[in-house]
Write a new protein. Structure first.
Length: 179
């Protein structure tokens, strides 16, 4: 457990924006000045192709994704050091390495504070419109969870839009309640 914790701790403390990850060298190097990179375009994550040194294979990785990766590494390191990682759960909950493989945050999955939430106003199956929406909901959930890495949480009764006194549904996506 300590080796795994150290692995995640190492990646959770790296300043990836200031490093050039070089598989050819086998280590992270300080990012050289722009004029000395030989055509390599640095980004929030600069991962040099070992066969084409002027190619950043992580050029499409956004700063937000890098930040999320670093945060996930920090969370994983903290989890690996915690008692719930080493002790088998008596309540049948995931523990050990399985705890790392669970979707969403390991602690308090019901708390949506600090998460990016997108309300999706879909009507219940069998409601007005009569569209078989179980398949739509399953497909949408898959894309949000597996492709985009978002969490999906039900909000309120199924299919009921907010009343006139509530803010616009998109306002719930922003921490300050505005879009």
């Amino acid at each position: 457990a300590s080796l795994l914790a150290e692995f995640f701790s190492y990646f959770g403390t790296l300043d990836l924006g200031g490093l050039l990850l070089s598989p050819l060298e086998g280590r992270a190097l300080p990012l050289p000045p722009p004029g000395t990179l030989g055509g390599l375009r640095p980004g929030p994550l600069t991962l040099q192709d070992p066969f084409e040194l002027s190619h950043n294979v992580a050029a499409n990785v956004t700063a937000r994704t890098v930040s999320r990766f670093v945060r996930c590494c920090r969370d994983a390191a903290r989890l690996c050091r915690g008692p719930e990682f080493l002790q088998k759960s008596r309540r049948g909950r995931p523990w050990g390495v399985m705890r790392l493989l669970q979707p969403g945050p390991a602690a308090n999955s019901g708390n949506s504070r600090g998460k990016f939430l997108i309300p999706v106003p879909l009507r219940c199956p069998g409601g007005a419109g009569g569209v078989p929406q179980r398949e739509v909901c399953a497909a949408l959930g898959f894309v949000l969870r597996e492709v985009l890495g978002c969490g999906c949480e039900p909000q309120g009764p199924c299919g009921e839009p907010g009343d006139a006194g509530e803010p616009h549904p998109g306002a719930r996506c922003h921490p300050d309640g505005v879009t």
